[in-house]
Design a protein around this ligand. Sequence first.
Ligand SMILES: Cc1cc2nc3c(=O)[nH]c(=O)nc-3n(C[C@H](O)[C@H](O)[C@H](O)COP(=O)(O)OP(=O)(O)OC[C@H]3O[C@@H](n4cnc5c(N)ncnc54)[C@H](O)[C@@H]3O)c2cc1C
Length: 380
Amino acid sequence: MSKKSVVVLGGGYAGLSSAIRLAQNERLTVHLVDQAPFFLNTIRLHKTIMLDLDALRVDHASLARKHGYEFHQSAIDLDRGLLRKWADDSSLPLESGERLDFDFLVLALGGRSIPIMRDETPGFVTLEHIKQRGARLVLEEMLSSGPNDADPARFVFVGAGATALQFVFELEPRIRAHNANAEIILVDIADQLLPGTPRPFHDYAVRMLKRSRIDYRPGTRFLGGDLSAVKLQQGDQPSYTLSAKGVFLFPGVHAHPFAIQTNVYGQLLLNEKTHENIYAAGDCARFDGPGTNAQTAQAAVRKGRRVATNIERAVEGKAPQRYTFKELGYFVSLGPWDGMGWLLVDFNVLTGVAAFAVKEAIELQFGLFLEGVDTYIEFL
Ligand SMILES: Cc1cc2nc3c(=O)[nH]c(=O)nc-3n(C[C@H](O)[C@H](O)[C@H](O)COP(=O)(O)OP(=O)(O)OC[C@H]3O[C@@H](n4cnc5c(N)ncnc54)[C@H](O)[C@@H]3O)c2cc1C
């Protein structure tokens, strides 16, 4: 019997969850395509203030050998027109000119930082910079460059979502070790931290920000500028500027390159047509139905696994299964040994070391999966 070919585009949490699972199936040949030579364990990125970036990287070629699929390093441009062409041809062209013919395609290209500045501005740092160089290096460069005459040195964090909060609490002690009087400002356009999460999250995080002498300015819009004049505006008050030694831009993530709509099984919906052999998973995918579309690694893993199951079921001639995953908890760390989150039900809120410990365990879960130890619960 000839094997069916699966191409997985994107080797993050969703793509690897699909590829590793599918590679165990003897009826399938699996190809994983990613622009980078390594998987980056993004959910630990804030830890690169202490850890080398290399500690978060896992070589794709080794993973492919270990789990029995083929890896191709190639950056792939995607738009709706190209997607239609790949669907018509059942083939994905790589940068090298090689083509990967597929019976099934999984799109798992993740998300990108929402661009809030048109150009690169010296001293302004984004998540993409940290992904490339790690937080420690980025901060060291910021501390040793830029204007030194401001007293106190001022650091502005833009956006107070989970990513920004995790970074600000990791960076604060480092910044103050360098300059005890440094002023750290956290601005966010929303009036509440982490909207959509239980209210105690906001209250606890605000208390911790105060304790760390971080000046949290809710309802404040970032209007651009440069290090000599960072322009901010609170509500409809007149805008004001302040100088800064560094600016961290964490405005959130959007689907990359666009939100790919699927049905409840993860199958692509394009131009009012369902493509039963093309699936999407992870931050780039919007599934119909009751399952969560949260842009989290937890959801990316579950979407990737559901899609893998449905490809296997298609090969066996069985009906696909719906994606219904609801998050079982949500945790963020607030610096070394502190965190907050909820477990099982959203009023079961944990804070402090207990929450930090759960967050650590969640962070380690995917690493174990890559090692071949699968601790994800199957029926969810
Ligand atoms: C600091 C931080 C902390 C976080 N903490 C948590 C947490 O505690 N818990 C949680 O659940 N989530 C957390 N998240 C969110 C989580 O990282 C994302 O939801 C998750 O990475 C999404 O997985 P994905 O597979 O969709 O995308 P990704 O993991 O981003 O993978 C996408 C892959 O596609 C590849 N790719 C992209 N474009 C191309 C292209 N053109 N050609 C080829 N390949 C391409 C990329 O190289 C990448 O390997 C955190 C995020 C950050 C930034």
